[in-house]
Design a protein around this ligand. Structure first.
Ligand code: LLP
Length: 434
């Protein structure tokens, strides 16, 4: 877990003790390492940068403005999927010409905002979206650059919920329909089709599905060109998988070789949209033990973080490593414990029978590989405020999202007078209507 290491018996993020962050910011708190973020991003840049490959960070993995701005300062673009993410990317200073817009269901409002912002590319996923975008761009007096996202019908061999490139998945344009739709796009004045996109899934450990999908896309490029159509750009989707437990993901070099072998000789400008592999290992979720209680099978560690803060174990059965913040002595007795949150459902379980040293009330732990799809997927379920987020940079750190206040959590809610009983006439009318 580089960037996070034990020093003099306690876990540090770079040069900052996690105990200090817990004392000053409280828990649960996401802690990110700027150094790890930079290293992960530069790894992509090193492998691909020289070859004129656009690297667009997928904001859905972590849209915190500080994280996005930091990546932007390294030269990253953004892959967005909503108006909210567009606004985040722009607010973080990502230039519009480095933003690509993916997603299966973009509303007219979202398309119009993207056109108006002048973003680099919209990845169109269906015929109705193509027609809608054409109208919107024409009304704005623009010709929007687009690529068509195809569904290559390849099994990514990842978790079923994050597999996106199989026939029958909701994403992309069926492979067999792509050529006709591309031709149609080329005839529309409001859009300029410049290429193709695909994304077959996330957390891919096996390179074979990439190879199969990229080969299919290469064949399609040739078919389109034979048809007299111009294809200059290929967007290859998300990044490679990472190690949460014992997965052995491919190296970026191996991935780059596949890219080179399959689509490298088409003369296309390439783009990738990595999220997880850039930010996951740069973050931990710092949490405190509320109680340890005896369970029927294992002892149960009840944390102050819940499934609302870190949903992946509950949603995907995902594994996250758990590190005691106080370094266990080499002879510490490891026992199997269940690690759970305080939320009122059994699904709020982070780990079952996890081997950990003795831990009790007030002890701190860090959930590892928590920089991606953790904070960004959190909610206020059980009326639990969103956790704080901290970015560590060498010896210092900044709170890059304050812990949400309870007041802020329900500040936008409203109780009509007829509900609170301060408007009896309306109450009676309301009852009569019912
Ligand atoms: N591009 C597109 C079009 C995507 O749909 C995704 C992820 C990415 C890029 C980024 O992929 P990455 O490099 O992160 O693998 N919530 C799930 C992950 C959902 C991923 C959805 N799409 C999880 O926690 O595992």
């Amino acid at each position: 877990m580089s960037g996070f290491s034990y020093r003099t018996g306690a876990l540090y993020a770079e040069d900052v003790a996690l105990t200090d962050i817990a004392a000053q910011v409280g828990t649960p708190t996401y802690v990110y390492s700027a150094a790890v973020l930079e290293r992960n991003y530069r790894a992509y840049e090193q492998v691909f940068g020289g070859q004129n490959v656009g690297i667009h960070f997928a904001l859905k993995a972590n849209g915190n403005l500080a994280i996005v701005a930091l990546l932007g300062s390294f030269g990253a673009g953004a892959d967005i999927v909503s108006l909210g993410e567009l606004r985040r990317a722009l607010a973080a200073g990502i230039p519009p010409d480095r933003i690509v817009f993916s997603g299966v269901g973009k509303t007219n409002e979202e398309l119009a905002a993207a056109v108006k912002a002048g973003i680099a590319q919209i990845n169109v996923e269906s015929e109705p979206e193509l027609e809608a975008l054409d109208g919107i761009a024409r009304a704005a007096g623009r010709r929007q650059r687009i690529v068509l996202r195809i569904n290559p019908d390849v099994d990514a061999r990842t978790h079923e919920k994050i597999s996106t490139g199989k026939r029958g998945d909701k994403f992309g344009i069926p492979y067999a329909d792509a050529q006709a739709l591309y031709r149609r796009a080329a005839s529309l004045p409001g859009v300029e089709p410049v290429g193709l996109a695909l994304h077959i899934g996330s957390q891919l450990i096996d390179l074979a599905p990439y190879k199969a999908a990229y080969r299919k896309v290469a064949d399609l490029v040739q078919d389109l060109r034979r048809d007299g159509l111009t294809v200059q750009a290929l967007d290859l989707g998300g990044g490679i998988g990472i190690t949460y437990n014992d997965e052995k993901p491919p190296s970026l070099d191996e991935y780059a070789t596949i890219v080179c072998d399959t689509v490298g000789n088409l003369g296309c400008r390439l783009a990738i949209e990595p999220g997880r592999s850039v930010v996951a290992s740069a973050g931990v979720l710092l949490s405190r033990v509320i109680y340890c209680k005896n369970g029927a099978a294992n002892d149960i560690l009840i944390m102050d973080a819940g499934m609302n803060d870190l949903m992946r174990p509950s949603m995907y059965g995902a594994y996250h490593p758990i590190y005691p913040v106080q370094e266990p002595s080499p002879d510490a007795k490891m026992t199997a414990v269940d690690v759970v949150g305080p939320v009122c459902e059994t699904g709020d379980t982070f780990a079952r029978a996890r081997l950990l040293p003795p831990l009790g009330t007030n002890d701190l732990v860090a959930f590892g590989a928590a920089g991606a799809y953790c904070s960004s997927m959190s909610s206020t379920y059980n009326a639990r405020p969103l956790a704080a987020e901290v970015l560590v940079h060498g010896h210092s750190y900044d709170v890059v999202r304050a812990r949400q206040s309870i007041e802020a959590m329900f500040a936008d809610e409203h109780m009509p007078d007829w509900v609170t009983g301060t408007d009896p006439i309306a109450m009676t009318a309301g009852r009569k209507r019912a």
